[in-house]
Design a protein around this ligand. Structure first.
Ligand code: IPM
Ligand code: MN
Length: 354
């Protein structure tokens, strides 16, 4: 029997509630595909601060290092917002994790299922029978990790990219496009920023190895408009860390709910961390009403990208779609005439479909 070690890091807020449902779904897959998943739990973020005083305990890091993949929930919340930088969940855990494992490629699919077209704030004429694009965001470089300084009356953050960083993320985007609709849109701000001029230049260079893929360009400001105006025209976006952060939130909104969107962060060895695109939603934490679909679909991405279990991954996606088609909705995507269910109920329904 195949066996995989999964580091389970639920984190804060709704993290543990939605993680429970993802594990429930994985347990079903384990039976159906005769595969054993060993779950190794680690504390991270605010939960780890509260329990042992640091956001990314060594023990958690070890669990991740020994795993075949990391399934991550979400971290942070108002309780830990004012901690000094580095002691907080973002700079003390999430960004160091990304950097430690060099998860340079962040894949954020934005899918608006036909059955959820009404949950999108975009006009139905534009949504048609839904859309499906992928944001490929560079995750370990750019302005997030450049030199920074904050003084009393001045501050800066350096946005730097190198040729090799751009080439490796561009390859990920073109490879993804080859398996999809063979269209890459490079999003940058090369009319103003030097780092974007370089970004565009090396994306063009990589594109020469993919003559079947159509490449076009948008400045980030225009891109934010175009994905609202014509979301169905896009296939794969490739962009920098900061712009990808912005585009992926916008994509979540127009897809209906950020509670629906999974993501994968992958390094050069193919090791990956899988997490919902959304945050820890402290306002609804503990109430049992969060949408676990992003976490469940993150587990599906893990099966596909880290374990090569494509059929199992498709099973999960189909199960999610079927449950939505049957009219079940969590609060964030609820509409008149549908059946409102809570976190556990939708997790049960999805597992039953598998
Ligand atoms: C995300 C989040 C993070 C980011 C924050 C929490 C640092 O918004 O994963 O998109 O900006 O990358
Ligand atoms: Mn973000």
């Amino acid at each position: 029997m195949k066996e995989y070690n999964i580091a389970i890091l639920p984190g804060d807020g709704i993290g543990s509630e939605v993680m429970t449902e993802a594990k429930k779904v994985l347990d079903k897959i384990s039976i159906k595909y005769d595969t054993k998943f060993n779950y190794n739990h680690g504390i991270v973020g605010g939960a780890a601060i509260d329990s042992i005083g640091e956001p990314l305990p060594d023990k958690t890091l070890k669990i991740c290092e020994n795993a075949d993949a990391i399934l991550f929930g979400s971290i942070g919340g108002p309780k830990w917002d004012d901690l000094p930088k580095g002691k907080d969940p973002v700079w003390g855990a999430l960004l160091p994790l990304r950097k430690h494992f060099e998860f340079f490629a962040n894949l954020r699919p934005a899918i608006c299922f036909k059955s959820l077209a009404n949950a999108s704030p975009i006009k139905s004429e534009i949504i048609g029978d839904g859309f499906d694009f992928l944001v490929v965001r560079e995750l370990t470089g750019g302005i997030y990790f450049g030199e920074k300084k904050l003084e009393e009356t001045s501050a800066y953050d350096i946005m730097k990219y190198t040729k090799s960083e751009i080439i490796r993320i561009a390859k990920v985007a073109f490879e993804a496009a080859m398996k999809r609709n063979k269209h890459v849109t490079c999003v940058d701000k090369s009319n103003v920023l030097s780092s974007s001029v370089l970004f565009r230049k090396f994306v063009i260079e990589v594109s020469k190895d993919y003559p079947d893929v159509k490449l076009d360009f948008l400045y980030i400001d225009n891109a934010t408009m175009q994905i609202i105006k014509r979301p169905r025209d896009f296939d794969v976006f490739v962009t920098t860390n900061m712009f990808g952060d912005i585009l992926s939130d916008e994509s979540g909104m127009i897809a209906g709910s950020i509670g629906m969107l999974p993501s994968a962060s992958i390094n050069e060895k193919g090791f990956g961390m899988y997490e919902p695109s959304g945050g820890s939603a402290p306002d609804i934490a503990g109430m049992g009403i969060a949408n676990p679909i992003a976490q469940i679909l993150s587990a599906a991405m893990m099966l596909k990208y880290s374990f090569g279990m494509n059929d199992a991954s498709n099973d999960i996606e189909n199960a999610v779609q079927t449950v939505l088609e049957k009219g079940y909705r969590t609060g964030d995507i609820m509409e008149v005439g549908k059946t409102k269910v809570n976190t556990k109920e939708i997790g049960d329904l999805i597992s039953e479909e598998i």
